[in-house]
Design a protein around this ligand. Structure first.
Ligand code: ADE
Ligand code: ZN
Length: 340
């Protein structure tokens, strides 16, 4: 018999990949205070505890306001390196073996921190993480959807010298009122440049935004996708195209996208045959990294061993690893589940 205890052990032990992670959302208050101090940037909060007590959100925008405030202490290449390395060290302990991380260039260039400064720090940490932990990675540049498409094009120009380091592009920030359609041309250009494409859709925004992401932007993956479950035709379209959904349980709870883990839609997604995966989104703000997300799902929504196995496989299948790398990890997972 599979007990909750043995499922938790399996979930923690199995190799994992994280496909939906904003590096700026891994900024732990302790590190934020230490970087703020060395850069002589004042913070609105006096102590770590005071800052943490502000992490009460009623919706996505409440969180984004704090998220942009937090990242404003990142000024130098070393700051981006330290932020990224702290995340890699943390998730290495969760048996994460591959990461595909977002960064938000416009959140920094808007404060006169150059694209070069950001990417040099992030990429150097990712390369060091690869040598130190054997952790492979992909880097995804995300456009802020509350800004214009023109601004996104400017960012793409800044990225051009670094395209060898960038695997894909994403679309994030305030969803409602900022549909994927507004970014049709810039994503077309990104596709021509050979970049993979993903977009946040259906986190708070309506099913129509998910349609736009798949039909107009022609995404390779959907970030969140919760509200796709409101339309049977949309579920069928996502399924027939074999698109992966990068679902974020603790994020959904913290941002009131779901009211209780008991009602989390991930099991429904699996029942419909959708390729749902588990991810942490902004772990420093939402109360947990990868294993915490699995723990919350196992304890809260009662997922079974076969569902856990499907989630583990979906993550590698939905990653941008090559087929040989995928097969290697999938075999490890299969052996682990068979012997458990
Ligand atoms: N959950 C989220 N949704 C949209 N934009 C984000 N930026 C960081 N986290 C985000
Ligand atoms: Zn996100």
């Amino acid at each position: 018999m599979t007990t909750t205890h043995s499922l938790l052990a399996l979930a923690h032990e199995m190799p994992k990949t994280e496909l939906h992670l904003h590096i700026e959302g891994t900024f732990e208050p302790e590190l934020m205070f230490s970087i703020a101090k060395r850069n002589s940037v004042p913070l609105k909060y006096q102590t770590v505890e005071e800052l943490k007590s502000a992490y009460q959100f009623e919706n996505l925008q409440d969180f984004l306001d704090l998220y942009y405030q937090g990242m404003s202490v990142l000024l130098k290449e070393q700051d981006f390196y330290d932020l990224t390395m702290a995340y890699l060290e943390r998730v290495h302990r969760d048996n994460v073996v591959h990461v595909e991380i977002f960064f938000d260039p416009q959140g920094h260039t808007s404060r006169n921190v150059s694209f070069e400064t950001q990417i040099n720090g992030i990429y150097r940490a990712l390369k060091d993480g690869e040598s130190k932990f054997g952790m492979t990675f992909k880097l995804i540049m995300s456009f802020l959807r509350h800004l214009s498409e023109e601004d996104a094009f400017k960012t793409l120009e800044q990225a051009k010298p670094y395209l060898d380091w960038i695997d894909g592009v994403g679309l994030d920030s305030s969803e409602v009122g900022n549909p994927p359609l507004n970014f049709k041309n810039v994503f077309e250009e990104c596709k021509k440049l050979g970049l993979a494409v993903t977009a946040h859709a259906g986190e708070e925004g309506p099913p129509e935004y998910v349609w736009q992401a798949i039909d107009t932007i022609k995404v390779d993956r959907i970030d969140h996708g919760n509200r796709a479950l409101e339309e049977a035709d949309l579920i069928a379209a996502i399924k027939s195209r074999g698109l992966t959904l990068t679902v974020c349980p603790l994020s959904n709870l913290k941002l009131c996208v779901v009211s209780d883990m008991k009602n989390h839609p991930i099991r429904t997604m699996l029942k419909f045959g959708l390729n749902a995966t588990v991810n942490s989104d902004d772990p420093a703000y939402f109360g947990g990294y990868m294993n915490d997300n699995y723990t919350a799902l196992i304890q809260g929504s009662g997922i079974s061993k076969i569902e856990l196995y499907t989630l583990a496989c979906n993550s590698f299948n939905g990653s941008w690893l090559n087929s040989e790398q995928k097969s290697k990890h999938l075999m490890t997972i299969k052996n682990l589940f068979e012997s458990a």
